[in-house]
Design a protein around this ligand. Structure first.
Ligand SMILES: NC(=O)C1=CN([C@@H]2O[C@H](COP(=O)(O)OP(=O)(O)OC[C@H]3O[C@@H](n4cnc5c(N)ncnc54)[C@H](O)[C@@H]3O)[C@@H](O)[C@H]2O)C=CC1
Ligand SMILES: O=C(O)C(=O)[C@H](O)COP(=O)(O)O
Length: 331
């Protein structure tokens, strides 16, 4: 059996070798010739898995060590009998802690308290639900938009336009698909309160970057259209700007690799059980007060320093993320 894996997926080396020939390659360079005789791929967001890569290959399974899967042509895979497995929820707490760090930073710089603000959440899945639960305990008023969930659950989710009108801070946690591409554009920005803040940790293409830049709104961006080639003006004017590292926690990466390994194990009948990297302590979720968060977050994740690093070295976008020291989740 042959497996082709992105060489930047941590904790993976040696785990599958007893069962397969594993070829590790930079995600961006994985090409048709590499996957032609492969049985499975383990990828990240940097490998486009579409007809151009997969046509004529023997790939039966693609495991992505990420939550998002917009880099995979799932329709092509379905038509060609290729199973696709994601690492759903793997780094949701990493993103929660990123949003927490951003909120603390903004509250300091702009001198406000959570009780003064309405937080709008767009997409209330693994990440959005965590942000909602913690933000409520910190004292924010929360309004949320999730049409698919509203249709299923009638849970009081509001239309996007309504959430945008009410929010002082609007944070996006949707997948990128045909319904969400540029969902945040000029028309939505016109509805938002002057001086309100947009946070995007979902995918760059969910937000129309040019319209955002021209909107006069304030914004925090972790994800960008056309990554790693950033719009220099969009970067310059961001309150906080980071290179797609919101989900880069040690536990998030460990979960991602573990879920991918287990998927391979189940699919090919390998005795990998509930494998998890032995050197990473699993997440230990707990409540944290706003005060404790403010007192501790800088030592755990200095988002302002991260932002300065990207602003000073935008051409190093991929290098910064490749050399990133994964943060420990601590709540
Ligand atoms: N910046 C980073 O490092 C990371 C980014 N992400 C991104 O965040 C996204 C969200 O992650 P999860 O919460 O785990 O995904 P999820 O699939 O658990 O939740 C997404 C939610 O968005 C909702 N949704 C779908 N279409 C919508 C629409 N048009 N309007 C409003 N809501 C809509 C869904 O119903 C679902 O509840 C991922 O798809 C990924 O692209 C995820 C992890 C790390
Ligand atoms: O999980 C996702 O979805 C993400 O966006 C990841 O955090 C990005 O992960 P990599 O592709 O850089 O491993």
């Amino acid at each position: 059996m042959k497996i082709v894996a992105d060489n930047a997926i941590p904790f993976l080396k040696g785990v599958l070798e007893p069962y397969a020939r594993v070829e590790y390659l930079p995600g961006k360079t994985i090409a048709t010739a590499d996957v032609r005789d492969a049985d499975a791929l383990i990828v990240r967001t940097r490998t486009r898995c579409d007809a151009a890569l997969l046509e004529g290959s023997s790939v039966k399974l693609i495991a992505t060590a990420t939550i998002g899967f917009d880099h995979i042509d799932t329709e092509y895979c379905r038509r060609h009998g290729i199973e696709v497995a994601t690492a759903a929820g793997c780094n949701a707490r990493g993103v929660l802690q990123y949003v927490a760090a951003a909120l603390v930073r903004l509250s300091r710089v702009q001198a406000w308290e959570p009780a003064d603000k309405t937080l709008g959440i767009v997409g209330v899945g693994h990440v959005g639900s965590l942000v909602e639960a913690y933000a409520r305990t910190w004292g924010f008023r929360v309004v949320a938009c999730d049409p698919p969930r509203e249709e299923r659950e009638h849970g009081g989710f509001l239309p996007l336009e309504e959430v945008a009108c009410q929010a002082d801070i609007l944070t996006f946690h949707t997948p990128l698909d045909d319904t969400t591409r540029h969902m945040a554009g000029a028309k939505l920005f016109e509805r938002m309160k002057p001086g309100s803040i947009l946070i995007n940790t979902s995918r760059g293409e969910v937000v129309d970057g040019q319209a955002l830049r021209e909107s006069g709104l304030q914004y925090v961006l972790d994800v960008w259209e056309h990554e790693p080639d950033l719009d220099p003006l969009l970067l310059r004017d961001a309150l906080l700007a980071t290179p797609h590292i919101a989900g880069y926690s040690a536990q998030g990466k460990a979960n991602a690799t573990a879920l991918s390994v287990r998927t391979i194990g189940r699919y090919f009948g390998l005795s990998l059980g509930e494998w998890y990297p032995s050197n990473i302590a699993p997440s230990r979720p707990r409540a944290i007060s706003w005060q404790e968060l403010c007192d501790t977050i800088d030592d755990r994740f200095d988002i302002a320093a991260e932002s300065r690093r990207l602003k000073e070295n935008p051409e190093k976008f991929e290098t910064i993320r490749n050399e990133y020291r994964y943060r420990e989740e601590y709540f």
